[in-house]
Write a protein that binds this ligand. Structure first.
Ligand SMILES: O=c1ccn([C@@H]2O[C@H](COP(=O)(O)O)[C@@H](O)[C@H]2O)c(=O)[nH]1
Ligand SMILES: [Zn+2]
Ligand SMILES: [Zn+2]
Length: 247
């Protein structure tokens, strides 16, 4: 089943030129928003995409460029659209997503709104097993190394497209995905300057063999991108708002 991915933003957490690195992934008529950062409502508005037209939301980790737009989503779904969107959350993230990120704005004791399930159709997802979220559309959570003791998940879609969350560079994983698991496409976060520290940086990604690099599309980059065009080996920088097809 083919996948279409529209990057509603391709920017790093502190980019002022690009929106947060969030993506609409569509397969077999189902559209999933991967991450909902603090710029997501504006990015969608500019694209003319109604929140209510999105079928589900998946969260990779709790940094604000990945979850900061969820309060607006929750309120508008409840009060404007009167609809509960499917919310797919890795089970290890659900407590921190509510108690440490969203509860302050969304808890309403008078109305009895005490958790994510009061705003969304909450669906917990477990690690490392492919989960079918819609007929022909599967995702598998791959734990990624980002911030110590804070879960963060990359995703394998339909067992052939890898979408990194924010993650440190992992040569072994990328080789295994490409060689053993026959992954065809790798969408990867890319910090332009070195050292990466909590992200994969371009210098590290350039150590991948050409065969793997040619599968790689780069995202989550900062405002200095123009100076790096043509310096990414066989890898390609994704463009904000463009829709990519993956047959
Ligand atoms: O331990 C840490 C935590 C954060 N940072 C910096 O903050 C941003 C957070 O945004 P993400 O892009 O969602 O990770 C991160 O890029 C770092 O610049 C850090 O360095 N160390
Ligand atoms: Zn980020
Ligand atoms: Zn992060």
């Amino acid at each position: 089943m083919s996948l279409q991915i529209q990057m509603i933003g391709t920017g790093s957490a502190f980019s002022k030129k690009f929106y947060n690195n969030n993506a609409l992934v569509t397969c077999n008529g189902f559209t999933l928003l991967v991450d909902c950062g603090y710029t997501a409502p504006r990015a969608l508005h500019e694209l003319g995409i109604e929140i209510n037209s999105i079928d589900g939301l998946f969260i990779t980790h709790v940094h604000a460029d990945h979850v900061g737009g969820m309060e607006e989503f929750a309120f508008r779904l409840k009060y404007t659209y009167k609809h509960k969107m499917k919310l797919f959350v890795p089970s290890k993230l659900v407590d921190s997503l509510w108690n440490q990120s969203l509860r302050g704005g969304l808890e309403n004791k008078t109305e009895g709104f005490m958790g994510l399930g009061d705003y969304f159709d909450l669906i917990l997802v477990e690690e490392t097993v492919p989960t079918e979220i819609h007929p022909g559309f599967t995702l598998e959570l791959i734990p990624s190394e980002h911030i110590p003791d804070k879960p963060s998940y990359s995703i394998m879609f339909n067992e052939r497209l890898f979408y990194s969350s924010d993650t440190k560079f992992n040569y072994t994983l990328l080789s295994e995905l490409s060689e053993q698991r026959k992954c065809q496409y790798i969408l990867h976060d890319c910090q332009l300057s070195s050292p990466g520290i909590v992200h994969a940086c371009l210098d590290e990604l350039l150590t991948l063999p050409d065969k793997i690099q040619s599968k790689v599309l780069l995202m989550h980059y900062d405002d200095l991108i123009d100076a790096f065009i043509g310096k990414s080996g066989k890898m390609t920088f994704m463009e904000q708002h463009k829709t990519y097809s993956f047959p």
